[in-house]
Design a protein around this ligand. Structure first.
Ligand code: HEC
Ligand code: HEC
Ligand code: HEC
Ligand code: HEC
Length: 214
């Protein structure tokens, strides 16, 4: 075989090889179809905009169960109510009130019932200055001791606002202090963090170290 014949044989071989490869690429013979990443839906408790509890004003508005606010269905208005304190100065709760968790402030500084409830009329609230409020006016009770937070709340800085920023488009509304805080134990338990953003790449299996993408 002379050199020319050898050369054209090699060239033909190469050409056939490359055509074969081109065909294989065109038909995507080795490609695996992409598995679509299916993201689980966000749990509904993270998208729920309801407050964690309902204030008396809200319970009345939504016609919920208000029987607990009728103190004189059990108490006698003519009888002076005594609060019995234990050795730590904490009220010993009567059987019907055992469900209350009393923990207001570090060292339970504000647990004394008559700091907030009016001893002369249990169905209303009272503040140190002697002013009284309805049970549905709890915000003013809280504001009497938590002035700076109350001012922040009035301006919409503390406590989540609902509705519109642009008041020409609709009203905005504030939630009551006791729609978020339990007046008897107002600090929040640790809040579960929201879910992280959805991953673009498949999740590593349990125990596998995630691979870095360049
Ligand atoms: C289901 C019945 C019932 C209802 C409703 C009720 N109480 Fe009482 N409460 C009692 C009993 C029983 C006692 C025991 C002492 C007593 O009556 O002298 C008590 C005691 C108390 C005490 C003293 C602390 C303690 O636990 O012993 C306070 C303060 C008090 N109640 C406030 C209220 C207020 C405020 C309301 C309404 C918002 C209310 N109660 C509604 C039954 C009730
Ligand atoms: C008589 C005064 C008084 C009233 C009324 C009052 N608080 Fe407090 N609050 C306190 C004191 C005192 C503390 C403890 C501050 C500390 O320990 O540094 C406190 C602490 C708190 C805290 C911090 C968490 C904690 O338990 O330490 C929150 C939240 C709170 N109050 C919310 C409220 C809400 C909501 C109301 C209305 C239902 C309210 N407070 C009414 C006196 C009051
Ligand atoms: C920091 C203020 C504050 C103190 C202190 C306080 N309360 Fe209350 N309490 C409230 C407010 C405000 C409500 C209105 C209901 C709500 O927002 O849950 C209320 C509601 C109640 C109710 C109605 C039903 C319920 O379960 O909420 C009872 C009963 C009651 N308190 C008893 C007591 C007793 C007994 C004590 C003392 C051991 C006490 N409270 C101390 C502010 C206070
Ligand atoms: C929409 C819910 C919401 C409303 C409404 C709300 N708060 Fe709070 N508040 C919170 C949360 C959440 C925290 C932070 C709790 C934590 O870090 O433990 C907080 C913290 C506080 C604290 C602790 C000290 C501080 O400023 O960080 C006080 C006191 C307080 N709130 C009082 C009030 C009073 C008074 C009102 C009503 C005038 C009110 N809050 C209304 C959710 C609310």
């Amino acid at each position: 075989m002379n050199t020319n014949a050898k050369e054209s044989l090699v060239m033909t071989g190469l050409a056939v090889g490359f055509f074969g490869l081109a065909g294989a690429f065109a038909l995507t013979l080795w490609a695996k179809p992409l598995e679509p990443v299916v993201n689980p839906p966000t749990p509904p408790d993270f998208t729920n905009t309801a407050t964690v509890r309902q204030s008396p004003a809200e319970i009345y508005r939504t016609e919920g169960d208000t029987s607990g606010f009728s103190c004189y269905s059990c108490h006698d208005a003519k009888k002076k109510l005594e609060i019995h304190l234990d050795t730590n100065g904490e009220a010993i709760l009567a059987e019907p009130h055992k469900d209350l968790v009393m923990r207001h402030g570090r060292k339970n500084r504000n647990d004394y019932c008559f700091n907030c409830h009016d001893a002369k009329n249990l169905e209303q609230l009272r503040v140190n200055e002697g002013q009284t409020f309805k049970l549905t006016e709890g915000n003013r009770l809280c504001g009497s001791c938590h002035g700076p937070t109350y001012r922040d709340w009035e301006r919409g800085v503390h406590g989540r606002m609902q509705g519109f920023w642009d008041l020409s488009r609709g009203a905005s509304a504030k939630s009551d202090c006791t729609s978020c805080h339990d007046p008897h134990a107002p600090s929040f338990p640790p809040i579960k963090p929201g879910p992280r953003p959805h991953a673009l790449h498949p999740e590593p299996a349990a125990g596998e170290t995630p691979k870095h993408t360049p």
